[in-house]
Write a protein that binds this ligand. Structure first.
Ligand code: ADP
Length: 484
């Protein structure tokens, strides 16, 4: 790996401003999903080290929250600048441990940094209220205060941005943080720590606990009474487990869980735009994002034309290692992920679906799977209910608007949804009827730091980014002034 700044490549955990090994010096391998080669041996921490990280965050909390919002803002702004100055190195580290093509990694670094920039600005706007009083001799006021120590547990699909989206608002609010990155992708989290330190983030404010024994680290993060909020992005199964574990100490929860996004193409859609949107939404990060279109619902009248156009575009996509030039599709994260795509394809085909393109592991082997389009997909197939998290676009057919809405909402999830139509009445009706936290209308890419990201139903709790994102890391305190 050729980095301009090799010091960004760290393999030890970062606690209280120090680079540390696990107590037993254990390590775990981080591998490149494109070829399975080991990139690094990273410190594997456990319960005791996690507790020390929490205690460091607790110890430094009073000083950090006592800083003015403006002072915290300036530090965050420096962190943002440093991340962007090191975009190329950070993108390379990210691509190597995660597999996404380099242009996508550069995009993630910029997207990730945007949360630090945004919350550097929002830090200064944590306003309270003056409430008109119900009594002549009283004055009622609210102030917002940081919630305290925050635990952040993050996934491998966005090794940079899922951290900054949590840590940006947390630090802006005056909280301190212990991050547990995914075992697949700890290097991006550690590189961020190098730059945080350089930006002037005081020791103990941003801690990174690396490890491959997630339940031990997660157990301590959810058990420890000093942790007042858990912010988690990952699977619904683990999200529910962590929610249970947090009950014992009644922690505030931010959960970004799984999705099963519908992508609806109505008869009146601009088909070319819909194809572009579907490609962007379905195949970004090789289908491994929680807002990826999972079910493409296409109206009768345009079904065949859309299927043909989409398949033609999918056939053009280049598959390969992140760093091997002009590729749009990288490997999946591991063999389990490949097996899940294969299972969804086999199940659908066994129940009558047609493979229009793809449908097999890619000749490159390993974790590569062909970008795939399936037609004649029906509600009884696994892909209707489960998130594939891979490069599989299943096309369902529907007759009218009511059926589209029924199909779209026939899931316990409610994260993102997309639809293409040019009828303004339909656009409002569908946008309001669809059960999702975020809706792309004639648009396949919706994420931005300025808009609220989050789900309803079993897709999660809370919103990240936007003017609402800071509130999730603050408590409102009500002050009643009497005897005036
Ligand atoms: P995925 O299946 O996409 O890897 P997970 O929900 O398993 O999603 O992982 C998301 C994050 O949750 C990762 O950082 C992972 O290490 C962590 N994690 C997994 N199991 C647990 C657990 N029992 N306690 C705490 N964290 C966990």
């Amino acid at each position: 790996m050729k980095l301009n700044d090799p010091t960004l490549f760290q393999t030890r955990a970062y606690i209280d401003g120090a680079w540390v090994d696990g107590d037993d010096n254990a390590t775990f391998a981080v591998t490149n999903p494109a070829d399975g080669e080991a990139l690094a041996q990273v410190a594997a921490l456990g319960v005791a080290e996690t507790r020390r990280a929490i205690e460091a965050a607790e110890a430094t909390l009073p000083a950090w929250r006592a800083q003015t919002a403006k002072a915290r803002s300036a530090i965050l702004r420096r962190w943002f600048d440093l991340i962007m100055q090191n975009q190329e190195d950070l993108a390379l580290i990210l691509s190597l441990e995660q597999g996404k093509p380099l242009p996508e990694s550069r995009g993630e670094i910029a997207y990730g940094a945007s949360f630090i920039e945004w919350f550097a600005e929002e830090a200064k706007r944590a306003y309270g209220d003056v409430i008109p009083s119900t009594a002549a001799d009283k004055r009622l006021v609210t102030i917002k205060q940081p919630i305290g120590v925050v635990a952040a547990i993050t996934p491998w699909n966005f090794p940079n941005a899922m951290i900054t989206r949590k840590v940006g608002p947390a630090l802006a609010a005056g909280c301190t943080v212990v991050v547990k990155p995914a075992a697949e992708t700890p290097l991006s989290a550690l590189a961020l720590a190098v730059l945080a330190e350089r930006a002037g983030v005081p020791k103990g404010v941003y801690n990174v606990v690396t490890g491959n024994r997630a339940s031990e680290i997660g157990g301590e993060l959810t058990r420890h009474p000093a942790v007042r909020k858990l912010s988690f992005t990952g699977s619904t199964r683990i999200g529910k487990l962590l929610m249970e574990q947090c009950a014992g100490t009644v922690k505030k929860l931010g959960l970004e869980l799984g999705g099963n996004a519908p992508f609806i193409v109505f008869d009146d859609a601009d088909l070319d735009a819909a194809v572009q949107g579907a490609l962007a939404s379905k195949f970004r990060n090789t289908g491994q994002t929680c807002v990826c279109a999972n079910r493409l619902l296409v109206q009768d009248g345009v079904y065949d034309a859309f299927a043909e156009k989409l398949a033609a575009a999918v056939r053009q996509m280049q598959v390969g290692a992140a760093t091997s030039g002009n590729v749009q599709q990288g490997p999946l994260i591991n063999d389990k992920a490949v097996a899940k795509v294969a299972e969804h394809v086999a199940d659908a085909v066994s129940k009558g679906a047609q493979v229009i393109t793809g449908g097999e592991p890619h000749p490159l082997g390993g974790n590569f799977y062909q970008p795939t389009v399936l037609a004649d997909v029906t509600e009884d197939m696994l892909v209707a209910r489960e998130e594939t998290f891979g490069p599989l676009a299943p096309l369902f057919r529907f007759k009218d608007e009511a059926e589209a809405i029924r199909l779209a909402n026939a899931t316990e999830f409610g994260l993102a949804a997309y639809f293409y139509s040019r009828d303004i009445g339909r656009i409002w009706r569908v946008a309001e009827a669809i059960e999702a936290g975020m809706v792309g209308i004639n648009e396949g890419i919706i994420s931005t730091e300025v808009a609220p990201f989050g789900g309803i139903k079993e897709s999660g709790l809370g919103r990240e980014g936007s003017k609402y994102g800071l509130d999730d890391f603050m408590e409102i305190k009500y002050l009643c002034f009497g005897g005036l």
